[in-house]
Design a protein. Structure first.
Length: 111
């Protein structure tokens, strides 16, 4: 399967970096945004039974090979909610071509 055909949605990889401290001594963060394209599909959604709890949705996200993404990053697919990376992303290896075909990761939306 040619994964490149699936990577049609515009998205952003958001990397957060410490940027100093505020007046109260809290670490402030700055976002570094990388525009790319992706495939994102919702895999599971759970609505908690207890009132006041937040719904949770898990997503599968695919990115082009070579995109630098870590567990500390977020993914913002166009037309979808912002997603937090869950677990380590992995480079999918195509043994027939002996190269990385794409990056896959699990991401979570809460809200």
């Amino acid at each position: 399967m040619n994964v490149e055909r699936l990577l049609v949605r515009h998205c952003e990889v958001v990397r957060r970096h410490p940027d100093g401290e505020d007046v109260y001594g809290n670490v402030t963060m700055v976002d570094e945004v990388t525009a790319t394209r992706c495939y994102a599909e919702q895999r599971r959604s759970a609505e908690p039974a207890a009132a006041g709890e937040r719904a949770v949705s898990d997503w599968l996200v695919m990115l082009p090979a070579g995109i630098d993404v870590t567990i500390a990053d977020a993914i913002r697919p166009a037309g979808a909610p912002s997603l937090e990376v869950v677990g380590d992303p992995w480079a999918v290896h195509n043994p027939r071509l002996n190269q990385t075909s794409h990056i896959e990761l699990l991401a979570r939306e809460t809200g």
